[in-house]
Design a protein around this ligand. Sequence first.
Ligand code: ATP
Length: 893
Amino acid sequence: MPWWGKTSSKEDKKKTNGSIIDAIHRKFKIASEEKDNSRSGGSWRRGSDTVSERGSISRVPSRSPSPSTHVSRCQSFAERPHAQPLPLPGARHAGIGRCNSGISASIRPRLDGGLKPLDLPLPKPGCGPNRLGHAYTEGDIATASVSSASSTDSDYPSDSRILSPLTSDYENGNRTATNSPSSMKHKDQSHIFSPKYSKEILKPADFSLNNQIPSTSPRRAPLSTHVQNMQIPHRGALYSAPDSSLSSPSRSPMRAFGPEQAINCGLWAGLGSGHCSSPGSGYNSGHNSIGGEMSGQLFWPNSRCSPECSPIPSPRMTSPGPGSRIHSGAVTPLHPRAGGASMESPTSRPDDGKQQSHKLPLPPITISNTCPFSPAYSTATSPSVPRSPNRADNPTSPGSRWKKGRLLGRGTFGHVYLGFNSESGEMCAMKEVTLFADDPKSKESAQQLGQEIALLSRLWHPNIVQYYGSETVDDKLYIYLEYVSGGSIYKLLQEYGQFGEIGIRSYTQQILSGLAYLHAKNTVHRDIKGANILVDPSGRVKLADFGMAKHITGQSCPLSFKGSPYWMAPEVITKSNGCNLAVDIWSLGCTVLEMATSKPPWSQYEGVAAMFKIGNSKELPAIPDNFSDEGKDFVRQCLQRDPSHRPTAAQLLEHPFVKNAAPLEKPILVAEPSEAMPMVMNAGRSMGIGHARNIAGFDLEGFAIHQSQGSKTAGSSEIHTPKNASCPVSPIESPLLHSRSPQHMSGRLSPSPISSPHTQSGASTPHTGGNGAIPFHHAMQPTTYLQESMGMIPRSHNILYANSNNPYQDPKPDFFRGMSQPSHVFRELISSDNSSLENQFGRPGYADPREQYNRQPVLADRVSQQLLRDHGKLKPSLDLNPTFSMLGRTNGI
Ligand SMILES: Nc1ncnc2c1ncn2[C@@H]1O[C@H](COP(=O)(O)OP(=O)(O)OP(=O)(O)O)[C@@H](O)[C@H]1O
């Protein structure tokens, strides 16, 4: 019986969702045809045919009201300087090249070309018609946008496919004595990478539509009803952000689609509570997420381009959502730049960039990426530039002001800008989200962001983008993050083509390290893909975009239809399993293939068909022929359809593919904890004055960090600047600081290339001893040199993250102190809840640290609600609450 037979047997559902099921049938038929065509090498040509057959997707012509932007986009792509092929490194592993099957002919040139970016198919000047393969018109993309009326974090509340205790235990990565033998068998390292584990257990997919929830969201009223002086999005358009069935036409004007498109949308919205939107929005970060809060990419456009590579991003191509209001020109009187033209040119600085500065939480001090894990995390390439002590004790100095700089990227919720402190020279990434108090979508966005903040604030790992703090300014919420200047893997792939295997190994290892850490906290990212993985100039990889991340609490995590189609695990599509950590492993496997081919697996199919393929097909995606055996096995391990058969992240760290990843040629200095700790602790005190985040709240590799809790107000803290602390500056990250350098030999290192201009002593960091040179402490102290793969934390650290029996031993999260200065929102949260901050989040009082996480959704909800309440209070008068200096700061303050 075909898979749809199961569904069609449910008469009631059939009656209710007849049109949807028909759509499914059509889609699946198309998928099957495409599968056949793919095998015959004609998928792209056929793609065009089937597109027209689909009707609902393809019949909508491109109706871009902004042809100029379209042209610009194409031009930007065509004119983009091509990456020049470089001599291949002395690879120990074979390069990545051709796929033997499964990848359509249209992308084979890339694979054939190996590392020749020039082989990338380029669009013709006309651009639009030259979409390879599926002949996706803009309308194709736009009409694939769907959204649901579900709530933001719309996990299926009644889904019965929750993790079994065994599965949950396994997937949680906890390999403790409590694990059952049956669960342990999958964790046996001696077996996990044996060939038999590569064999999938193939089961018919369950495409149950029980939870189909056609989009029913009422169309929202024009924004003009509650927001003055705003450019009003077209009323009939679809809003795609969190859970509305509508999306902004200003983002994607072609989303105004007809009933047929709605059917398709309903189909996928019905598969889960999430929704898809802006599928081809390569102009936002290549994301394409589906979820209560995310947009979804249902296509893999062949000529897509990210904002990072397009100097003139098209508003039409951006992901909708609350951020779309910004992007679409929905400009508030207070922030004309927020959605103005300046955003259209990420290469240009906003006009008033120098005028608008914010008293923001200071970026984390040096410890953020240095001491706790490895001193390898350099100030040279990290925004975590050591903060000058004079800034720490004078938070109201001009040095604490940040200025919003150029656009780094666009996301579902808003825009991400470079933040620069011209006083200190420090940088951060500012995610700016506009909140509309009376907008249900804003509410959902705020809820989602609150959850993301709550989660991010508890994460502390060199392979996870660091959260610095957040605040509301007028009607905007700013989230301050570590600035990772290299952009995303997606962007790099777009610009330079597929990666070599050495790089893939290294990146994969780092991703795994971050995942192992995350999973050890029972937290699933749910949107692992190239666009959400940032790379710094030294090749360090950092997981980003935790908007879909979720903490799994025991067995109560129901399935969510969230993720990005091409990277989405089968069980997510088929709802054959509950929310589990293994979905990230599947996505990782897809990301490895993405890095190897510059496209995710199944990209030869448009998104809906791809999802059918992923969910129903027993095939594995093609793996490049010249991928090493280790690489092939790694991918196969990840892409096992049965999630319980997938190794954990910790186990995969032992896989030869990543275990043998090329080490850095730079040594890593591991400072003595006894030496590092004072710095960390003092740093915590510094941050305790209300600037940045709470040190004590983070996992510091098992270090027992005790933050001084006595002073939370500016200027009241002691600032201890340890002399000759060795942690702040890494000897390995700076280009100037190679292991073979004389400085190393002599025990002194060159100052960081990004030394703080405001270091009192003139040294490159507060800890340099004042002479501009970094005391090479390990020359005098017991030291450990490690060969580390691309800046990864030492292996032992990985083990610590992954195998800790008690991954919650160290978080002690203090969410609110993560704020620059506890924002009005969060202060109100504290007071209104009539409970202390400590009692709520992570302070002593929880016997089980997990309780902290269990309360996280509550926190997120409160945060989001308060964000909106706060905004609602501020909105009428736009007055600032004098009590909270960080709020409502206007430009120039
Ligand atoms: N910390 C950072 N450093 C540098 N660039 C960043 C950083 N965070 C985000 N960006 C840029 O901004 C883009 C959008 O950011 P992000 O994906 O976090 O937004 P989002 O709203 O969460 O997106 P999504 O729709 O995927 O949820 C990224 O693709 C990247 O180009």
